[in-house]
Design a binder for this molecule. Structure first.
Ligand SMILES: [Zn+2]
Length: 460
């Protein structure tokens, strides 16, 4: 496992060290990626995009080798050789049923999406665009660059904070949320939240580049930050930090990001006419639809990739075809980032797995952090501040049983029952140091008590 983590670090460092030369300038891959969103020349984006994709693809074999090693280890540790079945068990849903529902919705919206897409491709990429532009234009599209004189870089934080304040969230005064808004060359252009030790230590990181996307990204990440910074400090680390999948925390992000799809928000903050506000808001609907269709294609690809994995060891078959058909853009077959399980993966330490930053969790840390669901319990639910059932104050609610460790009960009860008894730091380092876990589950007297808890083995 240590060896795997070292190989992972070595690969990430090699990717960080890679450079492409564009117009005589040497750019790290992440800077090239950030530049793609900003370049106004259509042909320039195509050529820088190709350079970036060529350089990135040179790491594919190393990514794939690492993926195979990690998969082998996970199969061995979990005792479940089928990666799709393993993921279904963890998430407690049928991925095939999910796929069918998502594909059905994508088909039903295909005609209206195609019309919306053509209109916005024309508007954003200009009349000389290719009928099927390359995927290198994605981040430029995402930024809605032609609108960036309206959605300026320097107003994004102020406007987003004001928007939140008018909803009752004074985020700038929240001591738990640490904002990192600096512009640094190696910083990923993707915004993210790192909930190191929620609720007290929650980092919100963005790198504004100008454009409406900054506003959307900030509000989206604010949803994650407020979720984590608002959870009950009396809960054990596992309750505060973990969930079965991204859906729990994304709910909050999607609610806040959706504000930018409201024409009234555009009119209110940017002095636009109702007509202009409605048009700009439609741009965000286009982006949302584009992302939806892209993700459905990615899920279909990943299910195929992992279903074949045992036989073929991982191939990009179908990637370019599925993504291109879904989005109307041309994708390269080697653009699939081997080694990144976007949809079937476990929880990364960083949220928003699309970002360009290294994924922090290592195989050696994972097993102790997520309880192993072997039944079909309901998914984890949001933790509400002051929820009586979660505070374990009332009689009868703290009936815990250890899965295979007799001493678990008193220790687990101490951690769950008494607010403030253990410092979050202590809990966090205990959980991180744990390499094997004993699942401790509260009795299922209510839905909210069915959240899995992993108990640290520190001190036992
Ligand atoms: Zn998110």
């Amino acid at each position: 496992m240590t060896e795997l983590a070292e190989r992972d670090d070595a690969l990430e460092n090699a990717i960080l060290a890679a450079r492409v030369t564009f117009r005589g300038e040497e750019l790290p891959l992440r800077s090239a990626q950030a530049r793609l969103a900003l370049l106004t020349g259509y042909a320039d984006r195509d050529s820088l995009g190709e350079l970036h994709a060529d350089a990135s693809a040179t790491f594919n074999e190393a990514r794939l080798e690492l993926l195979r090693a990690a998969e082998e280890l996970e199969a061995e540790l979990s005792g479940e050789p089928d990666p799709v079945a393993r993921s279904e068990e963890e998430k407690a849903i049928s991925l095939r049923e999910l796929e069918a529902a998502l594909v059905g919705a994508a088909e039903q919206t295909q005609t209206s999406f195609a019309a919306l897409r053509e209109r916005w491709f024309d508007r954003l990429l200009g009349p000389d665009r290719a009928e099927h532009p390359t995927s290198h234009h994605s981040s430029f599209l995402r930024r809605l660059t032609p609108l960036d004189s309206t959605y300026t870089k320097d107003r994004s934080v102020e406007i987003c904070l004001d928007t939140l304040e008018r909803l009752g969230f004074r985020m700038a005064d929240d001591p738990n949320i640490r904002l990192d808004l600096d512009d640094r060359p190696q910083k990923s252009p993707r915004a993210c939240v790192i909930a190191s030790d929620p609720p007290q230590v929650v980092h919100l990181i963005t790198r504004a580049q100008g454009g409406l996307h900054d506003y959307q990204a900030f509000l989206h990440e604010a949803g994650h930050a407020l979720h984590y910074a608002g959870c009950n400090p009396a809960l054990a680390y596992t309750f505060r930090r973990l969930a079965r999948d991204h859906a729990l925390t994304e709910i909050y992000s999607y609610i806040l990001e959706a504000i930018t799809r409201e024409p009234a928000w555009h009119a209110e903050y940017f002095g636009l006419s109702d007509e202009q506000a409605a048009e700009n808001a439609e741009g965000t609907v286009f982006l949302e639809a584009l992302l939806y269709h892209r993700y459905v294609a990615k899920l279909r690809f990943e299910l195929g990739f992992w279903s074949r994995f045992a036989e073929d060891g991982g191939t990009p078959d179908g990637y370019a075809e599925l993504l291109s058909a879904a989005t109307g853009m041309r994708y390269r077959a080697d653009g699939f980032r081997h080694g990144r399980r976007l949809l079937l993966g476990r929880l990364p330490a960083r949220l928003d797995p699309l970002d360009a930053a290294p994924l922090a969790p290592r195989a050696r840390d994972r097993r102790g952090l997520v309880a192993e669901p072997r039944d079909r319990r309901a998914p984890a639910r949001p933790l509400l501040r002051g929820h009586a059932a979660l505070e374990r104050g009332g009689g009868g609610s703290a009936r815990l049983h250890a899965a295979r460790h007799r001493a678990a009960r008193p220790r687990a009860e101490r951690r769950l029952v008494t607010p403030g008894q253990s410092s979050p730091r202590e809990l966090s380092s205990c959980v991180a140091a744990s390499t094997r876990s004993t699942a401790v589950r509260p009795a299922s007297h209510s839905a909210s008590s069915r959240i899995p808890v992993s108990r640290s083995t520190c001190g036992s």
